[in-house]
Ligand binder design. Structure first.
Ligand code: HEM
Ligand SMILES: *[C@@H]1O[C@H](CO)[C@@H](O)[C@H](O)[C@H]1NC(C)=O
Ligand SMILES: *[C@@H]1O[C@H](CO)[C@@H](O)[C@H](O)[C@H]1NC(C)=O
Length: 323
């Protein structure tokens, strides 16, 4: 059997393992008794919002990543700052999380609260989880069953963001350590980074990659294009697509780009240059269906990070404020 086939089998095997090791509290039909239509209600709110602002799609996916990496998937990222507390979302690393993503969750919560039996029954953390799965499916990514039953967190501080989110200039070891802290493997990191198949970045995040190239190779044609879109004196509000080839489609072209030196961030390109992850990059680049499956499974694992229970969480009445 050739090396590629063996890799494929090993990866498939690990996918099945992750499916079975679900955390005790979380389960797909958590709201079957209290709010059986929760997923349809959230999906309708998401569809309505996307019709008004399609940038909501990547914004929500990134919001979920940040929520889960900072203090667990507990909607702590939603909390608005007050005079007494500077919340997570106001740390500079919120890196311009899109306001439309927050708005989607607020709207979905309102829609749920309009249904008497669902009122204040569904956690904001679960609403984000469902809405994120929905946007992924809508742009051509996998449709997977979400695990539910998270409670909402009781704290949200800008200080807690410090040192929890990977940076676009981080090296392989640094990136790996951020994911390991959340129980996620190198394979999960490669699969989840495939999220950069959609969405945009501000030019400043790519300056080092195009003007001060150190270590990670960059495709010369691509570099020239990026320099044109992102001159050094560019308006700081200017954004560029992260996937230059198929920016609106949730596909495995992200990995094909890496093979051609067209990783947007250094943290993307390093996944192809480092031998610890390049075999998985190559595998996902050549098997679109496998990418879909791997991404879905790693998202489910991401959704298990730091889950709160009735002991250390609650169901927020307003997603943006503590009860
Ligand atoms: C591996 C480490 C990662 C780093 C260093 C990183 C860094 C970044 C940065 C700097 C941006 C641009 C922000 C801006 O300029 O507005 C961005 C955008 C984005 N990231 Fe990541 N990211 C990582 C992993 C992930 C993961 C795991 C996900 C989701 C599963 C994700 C989803 C996204 C999405 C969807 C966008 C586009 C947002 C939009 O268009 O509004 N990223 N990322
Ligand atoms: C992110 O934080 C900055 C301050 O660092 C703030 O001006 C901005 O409004 C925040 N973004 C969101 C969506 O809350
Ligand atoms: C760089 O990109 C060009 C055009 O997008 C492509 O034809 C070429 O093969 C790439 N170079 C490498 C080294 O992959």
């Amino acid at each position: 059997m050739d090396a590629n086939k063996t890799n494929l089998l090993v990866l498939l095997f690990s996918l099945f393992l992750t499916i079975n090791l679900s955390s005790a509290q979380l389960r797909p039909n958590f709201y079957a008794g209290s709010c059986p239509n929760v997923e349809q209600i959230v999906k309708d709110a998401v569809l309505l919002k996307i019709k008004q602002a399609s940038i909501t799609v990547p914004a929500l996916l990134r919001l979920y990543f940040h929520d889960c990496f900072v203090n667990g998937c507990d909607a702590s990222v939603m909390i608005a700052s007050t005079n007494a507390n500077k919340a997570e979302k106001d740390h500079p690393d919120n890196l311009s999380l899109g306001g439309d993503a927050f708005d989607t969750i607020v709207k979905a919560k309102q829609a749920l609260d309009a249904v008497p039996n669902c009122r204040n029954k569904v956690s904001c953390a679960d609403i984000i989880t469902i809405a994120t799965r929905d946007v992924i499916t809508i742009v051509g990514g996998p449709n997977y069953e979400v695990e539910l039953g998270r409670f909402d967190g009781l704290s949200s501080t800008a200080a807690s963001v410090e040192g929890t989110l990977p940076q676009p200039t981080d090296n392989f070891d640094k990136l790996t350590s951020y994911f390991a802290k959340n129980g996620l493997s190198v394979d999960d990191m490669v699969a989840l980074s495939g999220a950069h198949t959609i969405g945009v970045s501000h030019c400043s995040n790519v300056f080092e990659r195009i003007y001060d190239v150190k270590g990670e190779m960059i495709n010369a044609t691509y570099q020239a294009q990026l320099k044109e879109s992102c001159p050094r004196d560019v308006d700081p509000r200017v954004v560029v697509f992260i996937d230059p080839t198929t920016p609106g489609k949730f596909d495995n072209v992200y990995y094909k780009n890496l093979q051609q030196g067209k990783g947007f961030f250094k943290s993307d390109q390093v996944l192809f240059s480092d031998r610890r992850s390049s075999p998985v990059v190559n595998l996902l680049a050549s098997h679109g269906q496998l990418f879909s499956q791997a991404f879905a499974n790693s998202m489910i694992k991401l959704g298990r990070v730091g889950v709160k229970t009735a002991l250390n969480g609650n169901i927020r009445r307003n997603c943006e404020a503590f009860n």
